[in-house]
Each structure stands twice: as C-alpha cells, then as structure tokens.
Write a protein that binds this ligand. Structure first.
Ligand code: ZN
Length: 158
C-alpha cells in the first residue's frame, strides 16, 4: 500500500496548536498544490467533539477563503484533532497560522448562527449535528494557547 506522509509523523513529538506543511505536490504543467496540517488540539490528549468540529469546518470553509489565496479545501481529520488545508501554490506556515488565528477569532467572538453556511437539510449531510457554542468554546481554548508556525517548537504567531 502507498506510504502516506501524515502517518509517518510522530504524533507524540508535536506541540499543538500549530500549522505544518505536509507536502507540496507538482502537477505535470508545473502547478503546485500545498497540503497543510492545521492541528488545533494535542493528539491523543484532546479531540474536538463532532458537532463543534462540524460547525468549525463549515465556518473555516468561508473564513479561510477570505484570508488566504488559492484555498481548495479544508477538511477535518478523522481523529478530530484538526484539519487538512489544501491550497494552490505555496504559503508560509506563518501566513497560514495568521489566517487560521484570525478565522478562529471571528468564530470565537463575532460569529452568530445566521453566519454559519450550509446548515439546512438540503445543504449539509448531517445538519442536526452542529454546535456553534462548542465551536466558539474550542476556538477560545485554541486561541488562548496560541497557534505556532512550527509543529515541534512553540513559535506562536501574532
Ligand atoms: Zn456539514
């Protein structure tokens, strides 16, 4: 079976919350796509409950696109400790960490339920499983710890 970089990371060595560049993939015509690990909580210590994670997902979909060029997708890890972010081109982990921080500040302190996109039976695959309360409380916790642009040492962005 193909070896996947994400599974070679020693999850006991990282210090969340952080942003890590996983890979830059190059297409046949030279286009580049970057894959980032947005780790919001410490692996095997915490996990964001599904309803809060689901609402954070719906909000980051819009908020990160407003703050970062070339966003293709941002989807939660099955372990519920963070998200994959896929973008066109390259961004520094500092730039991504700042965009993530600003997005979580928006969720924690400004977002209202009417701002959450895709919460109807037509627009979501599990519309009953959302919690803006949980999304806000977890965002506050992550912000209180700060977001590092390095997965192994704490280098929290402003
Ligand atoms: Zn959904």
């Amino acid at each position: 079976m193909a070896k996947v970089e994400s599974f070679t990371l020693d999850h006991t060595k990282v210090k969340a919350p952080y942003v890590r560049l996983i890979t830059v993939e190059k297409g046949q015509k030279g286009d580049e796509i970057s894959n980032y690990d947005l780790r919001l909580v410490q692996p095997n210590v915490n996990a964001i409950p599904t309803a809060g994670l689901h609402t954070i997902e719906h909000l980051l979909a819009g908020l990160l696109r407003d703050r970062l060029d070339g966003v293709i997708d941002c989807s939660p890890f099955g372990c519920r400790t963070g998200f994959h972010l896929i973008t066109w081109g390259r961004h520094s982990t500092t730039e991504v960490a700042k965009a993530l921080k600003s997005s979580l500040e928006e969720i924690a302190y400004h977002t209202e339920w009417k701002d959450v996109q895709g919460t109807t039976i037509e627009s979501c695959g599990n519309y009953r499983d959302h919690s803006l309360f949980s999304a806000k409380e977890w965002s506050k916790k992550i912000l209180s710890e700060g977001i590092s642009d390095d997965p192994f040492k704490r280098n929290v962005v402003d």
